[in-house]
Structure formats: C-alpha cells, structure tokens
Design a binder for this molecule. Structure first.
Ligand SMILES: [Zn+2]
Ligand SMILES: [Zn+2]
Length: 370
C-alpha cells in the first residue's frame, strides 16, 4: 500500500510502498484511511525533539472506514465493517490494568486514554498517512451522517483537545451550557484556536479571540462572519495593538476601585510564547482559570502571587477521553463547527509540511480521494 514514511529527523517524508498491516487482533480494527490531518506535534516529532524512534508513518488525527475487526471488539460498541470512524492518536493498546485504565470515567472497561503503557498512533506506532491503519476499537468515534472524513480528521486531535480545554475551563458541554461565561482564547486564529472560538460561542460563551498576526486575524474575521448572529459574542483582539488592561476593561466596565471584579472566567493559552501567557493571565478575573494547551520547550515564567492573591488556578490538558471525543464530534455535527481546511494528495505531504512552516492558516489535511 502507499504511505508517507519519516525515515530521518529533519528530512522530508518518503513516499513509498509498504506492506499492508496484518489482520486486526484483539481490540484492533483495520481502517481504510480517507483523510489524515497534520498537527503541530507532527512537526515537533519530525524535528527529533520527541523520544520516539524511526521509521514512522505520521498523523494522529485521521478518519476512514472500518474494513475488519479483531475478535475481542465488544458488540456494545456497535462497530461494523463499512462504518466511517474518526481516529485520534490515543490510546493504542492500553494495558487495561493501571489506574488510568480502571478509573476512566465512563470510557470502555479497561481503556485509559492516558495509560502510560499505551501507544500513540502517528508517534509510537504508525498513523494515518497511509492507506490502511491498525487502530484500537475503543479509541474511535463513529462519524455523524452529515460530516465527511475530511471534516472529521482535524477534530480528532485539535477538536478534542480544545473541547477538553473548554470543559476544564468549567463550561457545561451542551448547547447554551456556557451562557454567562467569558472565555479568552490566546492564539485564537490558529488550528486549535479557530475551532475553540466556534465551540465556545455555540456553547453560549462570550469569547475574547486574541492573536498577533494578520493571517490569523483575517481567519478569525472569516469565522465570525460564518457564525452569523452568533458572531456578536466574539471580540477579536489584535494583541499587538491593544494592551491586556484595555482588553480586560472592555470585557465589562468595572466599578471604581473594584477592577478585580471584571475579567475573563478562563483563558486558554495556545501559543508557545511568554507574552501570550502574560497577556492571558492579566485578562483573568479573580478565581479565574488558566488552561495550558501549549508546552514551550524552555518553559514559562509565572508569578505565584497571581495564584495566591488572585486565587487563579492553572491546569493543563492533553487530548480527551473517548466519551469527550464522541460528544465533541456529535456537537460539531449538530452545531456546524468545522475546521478551515486545505487539502492535499497523499503524495503532496511534503508540500503540505512546507506550507505549514510558511504559516498556512487553518488545518492542512491529506485527502485520500484526491
Ligand atoms: Zn495533535
Ligand atoms: Zn493502562
């Protein structure tokens, strides 16, 4: 079968024929890949900055159709040959015994997304930049009938991550569940951010959408336009031109001397930049929550006094549980949340990567039907 294989760090992918995976065993499914999306983590992996080994087929957010099932796939999961499914990276072959696998908050028995023994498709084992891929039956989500594989793929990492970030920001995850909340998104015009803006608004939140490049701000203007009447709940902020203090006081007018009462209920930090973190922290009201999604390699400086005197919480998120993945995908289908995508043929993956590094906006997706 055709695949794009990373054989050396900081080198292009090699487009070549490799053997089709063997028949699925145990909890595995064999999926015919129809779309595979490129994530920032693919770029980090290809740079050699992670701990995994080569050769590797990348992509940990993809979608396709089930072509075969292993003998241990539970009938409770209602999976069958021909069913279209979205596939996230985590978790392939969880151990079934550890704390994560046995305290999984409603996911299938013995399946823990954060099991430390599990693999991550596209990183520790092969992912979606190939025609057929072995996946774990407990990691997938059936694709709603009004969504395509190309629309689904970019939601499998970016979508579920930002959904989990909003849930961690104490938003109730149902239509209208965010009414009364103000959520600031730093890096709102990026791959995760533009999905976060749409989810947050459709959940009922007011959104402060912050970015610092013309391309990202233009993407945000387009998103707001597409949101129609919902768009009034999004304020786009160019952080190059507006200080955090100005942005914060625009959220609502403070009573004189009581400036700490106003501000965002939560801020999601997506860029790997100290300035983005500092700006976001200044937007929070007392008791607010800072959700870290990015993890800059040199770390960040923070002031414990913000946590102590302003009672701000800081927490990080990494992808989400299978039940969150399914809820996110169903919500996206129902409420019309879609990534802005540019599609490429499988053989054009290196062009996709070049465009990514040039700052192409939205999500870049390999469409196998091209
Ligand atoms: Zn990812
Ligand atoms: Zn485990």
């Amino acid at each position: 079968m055709r695949a794009q294989v990373l054989e050396a760090f900081n080198q292009p992918y090699i487009f070549k024929k490799i053997p089709k995976p063997s028949s699925p065993k145990g909890h595995e499914l064999l999926v015919k890949v129809e779309a595979a999306s490129y994530c920032h983590t693919d770029a980090v992996f290809a740079s050699g900055a992670m701990w995994q080994t080569l050769p590797r087929v990348g992509s940990h957010e993809f979608a396709g159709t089930i072509v075969a099932l292993g003998e241990a796939v539970s009938p409770d999961q209602n999976l069958q040959v021909g069913l279209p499914v979205g596939v996230p990276g985590r978790a392939f072959h969880p151990c079934g015994k550890c704390y994560e696998c046995t305290n999984n908050d409603g996911d299938p028995d013995g399946y823990g997304v954060w099991c430390t023994k599990a693999g991550n498709l596209g990183l520790a084992c092969d992912g979606g930049f190939e025609e057929y891929c072995l996946v774990d039956s407990r990691q997938v989500a059936p694709i709603p009938s009004n969504m395509t594989a190309v629309e689904t793929a970019p939601l499998m990492c970016a979508g579920v991550t930002i959904w989990n970030a909003l849930q961690t920001a104490r938003v109730r995850m149902e239509t209208g569940g965010g009414i009364g909340k103000t959520i600031a998104i730093s890096g709102a015009g990026g791959g995760l951010g533009h999905l976060g803006v749409q989810f947050a608004v459709k959940l009922g939140c007011k959104v402060i959408a912050i970015d610092t490049s013309d391309a990202a701000l233009d993407l945000l203007k387009g998103i707001v336009q597409d949101l129609g009447p919902w768009g009034v709940n999004v304020s786009i902020v160019d952080a190059r031109k507006q200080t955090a203090e100005q942005t914060r006081s625009a959220i609502s007018q403070p009573r004189a001397g009581l400036e700490d009462e106003v501000g965002a209920d939560a801020v999601l930090i997506l860029p790997e930049a100290q300035q983005a973190f500092d700006y976001g922290m200044k937007l929070l009201r007392n008791h607010g929550i800072c959700v870290m999604v990015s993890f800059p390699k040199d770390g960040l400086h923070f002031h414990p006094r913000d946590l102590v005197f302003r009672h701000i919480s800081m927490v990080g998120v990494l992808v989400g549980r299978n039940r969150q993945l399914r809820a996110m995908l169903n919500f996206a289908a129902k409420e019309g949340v879609r990534a802005r995508v540019t599609t490429y043929k499988l053989e054009q993956l290196n062009q996709l990567v070049a465009d990514y590094h040039q700052g192409a906006s939205g999500k870049l997706v390999v469409d196998m039907s091209k």
